[in-house]
Design a protein. Structure first.
Length: 217
């Protein structure tokens, strides 16, 4: 063995000895052990993160609370109201009979609180006819007997029309009077709606005409 080979082996042995001493002093393990420890720590952290939502849900359930959920979105803008009125109008004008029209309107599933829109559209369509058509009266009768909410809506509509009846033309006044006369004579509308009276002198003539047409039906 030459001097160069002896120096090389001595250098390698010294390096291994120094590396072992350094690890012992610093408390370092092998690369595999270090990797395993890191994996264990990351896995434990992820498990803790997954357990946190479950613990929060359990705490809310035990406390009697409910996890909030998103409810249905209801559009209360004027666009929705205009579309509803258009649909009701087209259904009324395109139906061949009052039974067909009533069935189609019932299937529209009008949102709660919009029932009076149907009543107003029926009365407006009826008022614009040249003469009174029983087609509208029979539809109003059907809805009054179908649900109490429509009966109350027609009752409120009667009051609003009666207080503004002086604004109607004679032909429209006659059609509206006969429409409500049909509802009252068929007991679709309670007679208590007639408790409303007009004492304003400027409205008495329109009220007299209304009652005349009402009793002529």
């Amino acid at each position: 063995m030459t001097l160069t080979q002896t120096s090389y082996y001595s250098y390698e042995e010294n390096e291994r000895a120094w590396e072992a001493a350094r690890r012992e002093m610093l408390g370092e393990g092998s690369d595999d052990e270090t990797g395993d420890e890191a994996d264990d720590e990351s896995g434990g952290a992820s498990d803790e993160e997954e357990d946190e939502p479950e613990q929060e849900s359990a705490e809310m359930t035990n406390a009697g609370g409910k996890i909030p959920t998103a409810g249905p979105i209801v559009d209360l803008t004027e666009t929705e109201l205009v579309n509803l009125r258009r649909t009701i109008y087209l259904t009324i004008m395109s139906s061949a009979s009052f039974e067909e029209c009533s069935h189609k309107l019932a299937k529209l599933r009008i949102p709660s609180g919009y029932e009076q829109e149907l009543c107003n559209m029926l009365i407006e369509c009826c008022a614009n006819e040249r003469s009174f058509q029983r087609y509208y009266g029979l539809m109003g009768q059907r809805f009054c007997m179908m649900k109490r909410v429509y009966q109350n809506a027609f009752d409120d509509t009667f009051l609003s029309n009666y207080t503004t009846i002086h604004r109607l033309e004679t032909n429209k006044l006659r059609n509206v009077a006969k429409f409500f006369s049909h509802l009252l004579q068929t007991d679709a509308l309670p007679w208590t709606c007639l408790e409303y009276e007009m004492w304003d002198g400027g409205l008495q003539r329109a009220a007299h005409l209304f009652h005349d047409y009402y009793y002529q039906y």
